[in-house]
Write a protein that binds this ligand. Sequence first.
Ligand SMILES: NC(=O)c1ccc[n+]([C@@H]2O[C@H](COP(=O)([O-])OP(=O)(O)OC[C@H]3O[C@@H](n4cnc5c(N)ncnc54)[C@H](OP(=O)(O)O)[C@@H]3O)[C@@H](O)[C@H]2O)c1
Length: 283
Amino acid sequence: MIRIIKYKNMDNTTLVLGGTGKTGRRVIDRLAKLGIPIRIGSRNIAPFFDWYKEETWDAALSGIEKVYITFQPDIAIPQAQQIIQSFVQKAKYAGVQKLVLLSGRGEHEAELCENLVIKSGLDWTIVRASWFMQNFSEGFLLDSILAGEMILPKINADEPFVDADDIADVVVEALMDDAHSHQIYSLTGPTLLSFEKAISLIANAIKREIQYAEISMHNYTDMLRSYELTEEFISLISYLFTQVLDGRNEFITNDVETVLKRKPTSFQEYINKTIKTGIWNQP
Ligand SMILES: NC(=O)c1ccc[n+]([C@@H]2O[C@H](COP(=O)([O-])OP(=O)(O)OC[C@H]3O[C@@H](n4cnc5c(N)ncnc54)[C@H](OP(=O)(O)O)[C@@H]3O)[C@@H](O)[C@H]2O)c1
């Protein structure tokens, strides 16, 4: 009979999935400064990692003690559950000891994925985040800001946008300190803002006019189709603007301050530091 011996990986090497993305890149920077051995999870950096090519997972997981999981394109898509389940099993078998999962707030589908991590038998922390402030500077809203025209579907709620730097700070705490194990954190910024207000704050700061309009979801999805975006992306965006922004998440939490012992970054502070990067100055 063959005995399978599972080895525990003990050298703290941390795999950061989405390690070139909005929060992953920031987590990598922080862990590197702390001298923690890291592996960047990316389709473009060896050993390559692709959520949709399971054959890439073993090499990425080899010798890893902790994993920061950011799923693509979104933790709430229907396929996520099955993929996360397979990944968690592989991680456990590879000797991983701790999982920190980036999740969304108020999303039933995301909670199903969280449960797979919570029930994995491994150490875990769940980090639920509200809409990232960086969607305006590193995400799908940037092009509209540069074009001076933001058209969105009708939005029925204000959102407590959170800074990706605050998320990364919390994730690093969760990875480094066992006191955060078996905790679910819900991260928001310090104030509720409408998208219109957020855009007007950015427009004022960069001293450029940005027209703002809200249209019906039907017209909005037609507009996205005219840009030849994939149906998968269009349905994801529709979901995020309807279910996630239907009022269920219209509240702020204290979890950033609880973990970091400081206030969360305000939208104005985010604008001030983003202006310095020059990202909103492109022609
Ligand atoms: N954005 C928000 O406001 C928000 C709010 C709450 C929760 N979330 C959650 O945060 C997660 C990240 O979302 P995001 O939109 O901000 O993205 P992001 O982290 O900026 O995503 C880009 C990253 O994903 C990687 N990636 C893309 N496709 C991949 C694939 N097939 N396999 C492996 N890696 C892949 C990219 O790496 P390479 O290109 O280098 O391969 C890159 O590192 C999602 O699960 C989302 O549900 C986002």
